[in-house]
Unconditional design. Sequence first.
Length: 143
Amino acid sequence: MKIIDLEPEDPRLIEDMLPVLRELRPHLTDELFLDILAEAKGQGLRFTAAYDEDGRCAGAAGWRVVANTQLVRKLYVDDLVTTSAARSGGVGHALLAHLEEHARAAGCAALTLDSGTQRTDAHRFYFRERMAVTAFSFEKPLT
């Protein structure tokens, strides 16, 4: 497996990674994703892709380093997804390990993410990765 941090202008973001990301975020069109990239680049959003031995993108992570008053600095994972065909093959573990290296290098106190309450399989994975539930995430839709 090969883990690659993709730069904001890298065409592999759309060609390779976006189809994988759509397994988690099916609402993302090419145009919407490009709009998000343009805005979130200034907010520190980065993407990392995991490629299998055949050169296919098997996993993706969107992440950023965030300063806040709680942890001072943390690496926040916006998106973490493995293709359905590659699940339970170590892709998610490899991506998290790679992101943990980034977090340590950036002097982060923690690596954090939010996960939808319905995603019980993902929760089992996070627990196996020695992650803990440390807070509730609240949301108020503004429609």
